[in-house]
Design a protein around this ligand. Structure first.
Ligand code: GDP
Ligand code: IMO
Ligand code: MG
Length: 423
């Protein structure tokens, strides 16, 4: 399968976890390269549901090696909890199948606290973060005051660094009117987590380099989505990492000329969780999907905002990620819709625009220009071959691919592995 970068081409939750699980069959190594436990990747194996936050979804297939790359921000207590949770479900997580980068940055309780405090201060302008401390941790990384996994697992260096960082952050918290955090509690919890994680920690850049030299197939598991990217998203309503294809290189240390293909994952409609502009948001689509018990966040449980497919956005995603192939998921979500709408342009300030505006306030004023497609109005959930999909469904999906500007290769009509078709 060669080295494949998989990205979310919308606002996150496109079904990346499911597609990763399917594609892992053909890969040897799966690498997470950005974000932290703000992600929630859902995989069903039979009736069993797994939600992965920090550990790559590839962990569910025996014999695969998973890597948490240097671009990830890692909450060590949450990671230990996730390892233990998987073990309880019968999934073995050992230093043989999980490697953690020594240079990934560590999330501390003050990052979570600051994340929450900043949201409160923003009031109605809040981002709607997952409150996992992601923004403040990447902020410290960029400001060069962050602690990395290599510091966490060093028993002599860690206590001194922790003390210094906590002193400064407690001053900030007091200034914001928040409670300072307890040193001994953090030291104890993080030392315990460090002791558990030490055997997993490795120089993952060298490990991945050796793997590419012997021709191993590597799958780069994207988290979040293109429009949550710190550079290419709807700033400031974004996360704090590079969620687009380039982030797979910087977040793993595998260079661009070792990458073979970019797969973009998209829903057959649009969802977004958290605040920020969403031009095709539609109450009818939200009611339909929520009524089916779908589109509730895998990490925070929040109801996702839903709307029609936005091809202005996905065309942009194809451009900034260099998407070669598309995986369209949740097609079955539209099974009952009589007439399906797709946004093909925006109208704003009396003009028609074909590109997503960079100013979020302008994007928030954009009115979608819709093209209508006849629905198929039968269940697709049990269809296993592309040729057996209703003709209106095939026409709709091929139109989405054409509007987006990439080749459709995977179609998903349900959460299970078997509900996947290859073109
Ligand atoms: P991710 O963050 O991109 O991995 O996506 P999430 O797991 O947060 O959300 C996607 C949701 O859609 C999960 O509940 C999946 O089980 C579900 N899902 C993925 N593909 C399909 C599909 O084709 N049909 C249906 N019904 N559900 C799907
Ligand atoms: P996966 O990998 C959907 C959103 C949050 C918020 C914004 C910033 O499951 O697709 P953060 O906590 O990162 O500072 O929040 O980004 N967000 C996601 N939305 N899927 C995700 O991950 C997300 N990770 C962050 O809701 O709007
Ligand atoms: Mg998710």
């Amino acid at each position: 399968m060669a080295n494949v970068i998989l990205v979310g081409a919308q606002w996150g939750d496109e079904g990346k976890g499911k597609i990763i699980d399917v594609l892992t069959e053909q890969s040897e190594i799966v690498v997470r390269t950005a974000g932290g436990n703000n992600a929630g990747h859902t995989v069903y194996i039979g009736r069993d549901k797994y939600v992965l936050h920090l550990i790559p979804s590839g962990i569910l297939r025996p014999g695969k090696v998973c890597v948490i790359g240097n671009g990830v921000v890692l909450d060590p207590v949450a990671l230990v909890g996730e390892i233990d949770g998987l073990e309880k479900l019968g999934v073995k997580v050992t230093p043989d199948n999980l490697r953690v980068s020594e240079t990934a940055h560590v999330v501390f309780p003050w990052h979570r606290e600051l994340d929450g405090q900043r949201e409160v201060r923003k009031g109605t302008n809040k981002i709607g973060t997952t409150k996992r401390g992601i923004g403040p941790t990447y902020g410290d990384k960029a400001a060069r005051v962050g602690l990395r996994v290599i510091d966490l697992i060093n028993p002599t260096r860690f206590p001194a660094k922790l003390k210094e960082r906590l002193e400064e952050n407690n001053e900030v918290l007091r200034a914001l009117g928040a409670q300072p955090l307890d040193h001994d509690e953090i030291l104890a919890a993080y030392t315990r987590a460090a002791d558990r994680l030490r055997p997993y920690v490795a120089n993952t850049v060298v490990h991945l380099h050796e793997a590419t030299r012997r021709g191993a197939n590597i799958l780069f598991e994207g988290a979040q989505g293109t429009f949550l990217d710190i550079d290419h998203g709807t700033y400031p309503y974004v996360t704090s990492s590079s969620t687009t294809a380039g982030g797979a290189c910087t977040g793993s240390g595998v260079p661009p000329n070792r990458m073979d293909k970019v797969v973009g994952v998209l829903k057959a409609y649009t969802t977004r969780v958290g605040e920020g502009p969403l031009p095709t948001e539609n109450a009818g689509v939200s009611d339909l999907l929520h009524g089916m018990g779908r589109e509730f966040g895998a990490t925070t449980g929040r109801a996702r905002r839903c709307g029609w497919f936005d091809s202005v956005a996905t065309r942009h995603a194809a451009m900034v990620n260099g998407i070669d192939e598309l995986a369209l998921t949740n097609v079955d979500g539209l099974d009952t819709v009589k007439t399906i709408r797709v946004c093909v342009a925006y109208r704003v300030d009396g003009r028609t625009v074909q590109h997503i505006p960079n100013d979020w306030e302008v994007l928030a004023r954009c009115e979608p220009v819709y093209q209508e497609f006849p629905g198929w109005e039968v269940s697709t959930e049990t269809v296993t071959r592309w040729e057996d999909l209703p003709v209106n469904c095939r026409h709709y999906l091929l139109s989405l691919a054409q509007l987006t500007g990439a080749r459709l290769t995977i179609v998903s009509v349900g959460p299970a592995r078997e509900q996947t078709m290859f073109l």
